[in-house]
Design a binder for this molecule. Sequence first.
Ligand SMILES: *Cc1c(COP(=O)(O)O)cnc(C)c1O
Ligand code: SF4
Length: 424
Amino acid sequence: MMTFYSLGNLHKLPQYNKLSEEAKTALKVVGSVLPFRVNNYVTENLIDWDNFEKDPIYRLTFVEREMLSENQFQKMKSIIEDSHSTQRDINETANSIRRELNPHPSGQLTTNIPSFEGKPVPGVQHKYRETVLIFPSQAQQCHSYCTFCFRWAQFVGDPELKFSTNREMQFLDYISSHKEVSDVLITGGDPMIMQAKGLSQYILPFLEKGMEHIKNIRIGSKSLTYWPYRFTHDKDSEEVLSLFRLVKKRGKHLSFMAHINHPQEMKTKEFEEAVCKILETGATIRTQSPLIRRINDSSEIWSDMWKKQVKLGMIPYYMFVERDTGPKHFFELPLSQALKIYQEAIRNVSGLARTARGPSMSAYPGKVCVDGVVNVHGKKVFVLSLLQARSPELVKRPFFAEYDGDAKWLTDLRPAFADRFPFE
Ligand SMILES: *Cc1c(COP(=O)(O)O)cnc(C)c1O
Ligand code: SF4
């Protein structure tokens, strides 16, 4: 049985007494602004409570004080502690802080939403030619929330900050009329939060007539590490696996895009069992994660993670740079350091794990990869390329930016040997 712990019932957490007073206050204050929820599988199996303050999975799931600026933290704390505050006062303060945190980076809310017959299609994004992202309305939550999540705005209950599919499922008309699309990526939140029946409504239509152009169905999920029972012991686990088998049987590819941030998430036998179950259906598992300060910012962590994934039959796919939203100041690393970690990690694994690409920024023009640092005629520059672009002709064409050891995002970079970047 899954038990969620969040602000309302945190005192029921069996390890509650291990938390320091500071940690409890931070949870109360920051958890009123940013999503906070963790389940009993994570708290019982993944976190080392004797050393929780340094534990990567604690840091991954329990919000901390420094995620807000000192100013924001004090403002929220005084509203919460003031006995005259109403729930409305608390919500208003929380919302005003949320708006300061760039809730929809890279024009997500407006620029990637396609239209069909003149009207915007609810719940999808179509940024790159081949792939449409689908956000099922029932999947706008997760088995636990990650502190660094770039989709945090979808989970805090402000309808302005949400997008998801509507009952009419108009996105199906859109996709069936766009023959250039070969992949659909069902995402969230976490699609595996849905019952098998709910999930099948988003998969079965792509196995029907009129959808021959859809070759690959991807599911983006963190359930393998946050709730592996989804594939082993839940009531409808077998139904989920049958659905995966059916995709294969109909000649299509199901790629499970597993989100794994740290090797410690892969240490349980439940996890390994879940991986086996998925692979037995004929699906593949690809893995991805951002690089997160204090959680996975060392090359050993990444090479250990990739080695173990390959051994279990998974395919390392992307290393991302922490995005320009939410509490990014707390989690981000300079691009120069991200590159170092990537290079050291990739050198330490066999070719089978060198399928992992990165460090990559999902920015407005596309996925921008930092490929290296070189000296050209005495000038130190970053070599960059687009792994994905709004304009496909820009993909994999190298370009340069002036080296800046502190730059953390594309917008911190200036072009080198040119007046502008190729996508400008
Ligand atoms: C990353 C991403 C995709 C998928 O890109 P692939 O390189 O094919 O994995 C699709 N749409 C958006 C908006 C993305 O950020
Ligand atoms: S599981 Fe994914 S979508 Fe959900 S909180 Fe974590 S990073 Fe965000």
